[in-house]
Write a protein that binds this ligand. Structure first.
Ligand SMILES: O=P(O)(O)OC[C@H]1O[C@](O)(CO)[C@@H](O)[C@@H]1O
Length: 537
């Protein structure tokens, strides 16, 4: 039993502190890091050895990982509860690569939508998109939630330094929350004559998005009137539900299509990524696709010993299932990546937060750990105390670009470059201290117990050459494939999200009660009933 082998191996590993592992092998980094294109993955600060990896690869062999990777890239229905393939990787294929599904070349369809995006982006950047009263559109608001918000938001923020000069005419905003918080703030400052909304929803049924869209429509119509020109000039739609977009009132030429085989949290590579293209231009968007494609090919073809997604995933399995570490912090040392933790929370926890196997039986081990994070330097002043001296074992992903601020338009390059060096130094120092504990400090024995550092907190570091569309595309695809590999080991379906459905349905009944359309509270638990009575006065 390979799990037994791993557990026995863990017993010996648990006795070895990371400080000892480093002291006993000066070549540790050399052996335990791996590179692909713009990414370097250092896993030498994980609590493992070469033996651990070969045992983990045996586990992957027994789980038939190779077959599953083949099935993913063959377009097999790997999303078994919805009988669909998961083909986000096909959104990154170069135009000349044929990819036949159901007798159709989907690469051609993908690139047709990219051309449509191209036309929209150019028109907006050129100041040629006008509102119904003839004013040039200066503000675009993306209305979406979950995968239709987090990916575009995270990447648009991350690539702000790669923004095209022509995009300076435009400001891209995001509104997601169903309570209307963001929209109400935005609408106070925006001009209806020059504002365009993107209604972004794979299903076009998500109530959060549709209610924000309705508020936007009413806001526009209050000033501009309710003729069809208002909808035509001020709304774009992105969805797989073409008929629903039309029914809502989005004119055909303003519709961009995605497909059932793109999962919401894997959709930023499709037209859902329009806000990204509006920020960095279509060339930048295509570079991001190319960076992801590089990782797709690497994942598909590299041996497991050199395969970044496989290594990252199997190390996660080791931490979660063998060392019993069920918390993972995402710590970017670059403020532009401030939304990356939130994005990865959805990618990982909505994908692998499952407790039923593909066969319908309960899982026998833990699956996705709890993932959270923040920009590293700020988190140092918030939750690092727990990482250093708390009782919980946590594994961390440190993420940072090696270079930044080589050119900074109209800004003090030297001062900013010095700030980047400071962030780099802190990133390296923190991961070192977490790993080695007191051993990283001079004369630790002279310190009182409350000042001491236990260390032995494992971490990985992902070093990007620079944060560019290409390297960010590679980084995101790396995490996507890591999630897939872990799902294979845990034998769960990472491409559905049934756990979020029932809450939405219960909310429909509760809304009827709040609006007084249903008065009886029979069958409602006493807590909900008590709160409802108080709300209703
Ligand atoms: O793009 P849609 O269909 O509006 O869905 C938004 C989000 O809602 C979810 O389905 C969860 O409720 C996510 O998976 C998805 O990203």
């Amino acid at each position: 039993m390979i799990w037994r082998v791993l557990a026995d191996h863990a017993d010996t590993m648990k006795e070895q502190h990371l400080a000892q592992l480093f002291a006993s092998d000066p070549q540790r980094f050399k052996q335990l890091h791996c590179e692909c294109g713009p990414l370097l993955f250092d896993y030498s600060k994980q609590r493992l050895t070469g033996q651990t990896l070969s045992d983990l690869f045996e586990l992957a062999r027994q789980a038939k990982l190779d077959d599953w990777i083949g099935r993913l890239f063959a377009g097999d229905p790997v999303n078994c509860t919805e009988q669909r393939p998961a083909m986000h990787w096909a959104l990154r294929l170069p135009a000349e690569t044929k990819c036949m599904v159901g007798g159709q070349n989907i690469t051609a369809q993908v690139h047709e939508q990219l051309h449509r995006m191209d036309r929209i982006v150019n028109k907006l950047h050129a100041g040629q998109w006008r509102g119904v009263t003839g004013e040039v559109v200066t503000d675009v608001v993306n209305i979406g939630v979950g995968g239709s918000d987090l990916g575009p938001l995270m990447v648009s923020e991350a690539l702000c330094d790669s923004a095209m000069p022509t995009s300076s005419r435009l400001t891209v905003h995001f509104a997601s929350t169903m309570d209307g918080s963001q929209l109400s703030q935005l609408l106070r400052t925006l001009n209806p004559h020059s504002t365009l909304f993107i209604i972004s929803s794979k299903s076009f049924t998500t109530i959060d998005t549709l209610s924000n869209a309705e508020t936007a429509r009413q806001w526009l119509q209050r000033t501009l009137g309710s003729n069809s020109g208002v909808l035509h000039c001020h709304f774009l739609g992105v969805s797989s539900a073409v008929a629903k977009m039309t029914e809502w009132g989005i004119s055909e030429e303003n519709q961009l299509q995605i497909w059932e085989w793109v999962g919401g949290r894997y959709s930023l590579w499709s037209a859902i990524g329009l806000p990204i293209a509006l920020t960095v231009g279509m060339d930048g968007f295509r570079n991001m696709l190319a960076g992801a494609h590089l990782i797709d090919e690497h994942f598909r073809t590299a041996s497991w010993e050199r395969n970044l997604p496989v290594l990252m995933a199997m190390i996660g399995v080791w931490n979660t299932n063998v060392l019993g570490i069920n918390a993972q912090a995402i710590l970017p040392y670059d403020g532009r990546l401030k939304h990356l933790p939130m994005y990865l929370e959805q990618l990982e926890m909505e994908s692998n937060g499952k407790s039923v196997t593909r066969n319908g039986t309960p899982v026998e081990q833990s699956t996705c750990p709890i993932i959270w994070g923040d920009v590293g330097p700020n988190a140092q002043h918030a939750f690092y105390q727990l990482l250093h001296q708390g009782t919980e074992a946590v594994t961390c992903d440190f993420i940072m670009p090696a270079r930044r601020y080589r050119e900074a338009q109209g800004q003090p390059v030297e001062e900013l470059a010095a700030q980047h060096e400071l962030a780099l130094a802190n990133c390296l120092a923190q991961s070192r201290l977490l790993a080695l504990g007191d051993a990283a400090l001079p004369d630790p024995d002279s310190m009182p117990s409350y000042k001491r550092y236990r260390g032995n907190q494992p971490s990985s570091t992902l070093l990007l050459d620079e944060l560019t569309p290409h390297s960010l595309g590679a980084l995101i695809a790396l995490y996507e494939h890591k999630v897939f590999v872990q799902s294979v080991i845990w034998n769960i379906n990472p491409f559905d999200q049934w756990g979020v459905e029932m809450g939405k349905r219960l909310a429909v009944d509760t809304l009827a009660q709040i609006r007084g359309e249903r008065e009886d509270l029979e069958g409602v638990d006493s807590s909900t009933a008590g709160l409802l009575r108080r709300i209703l006065g």
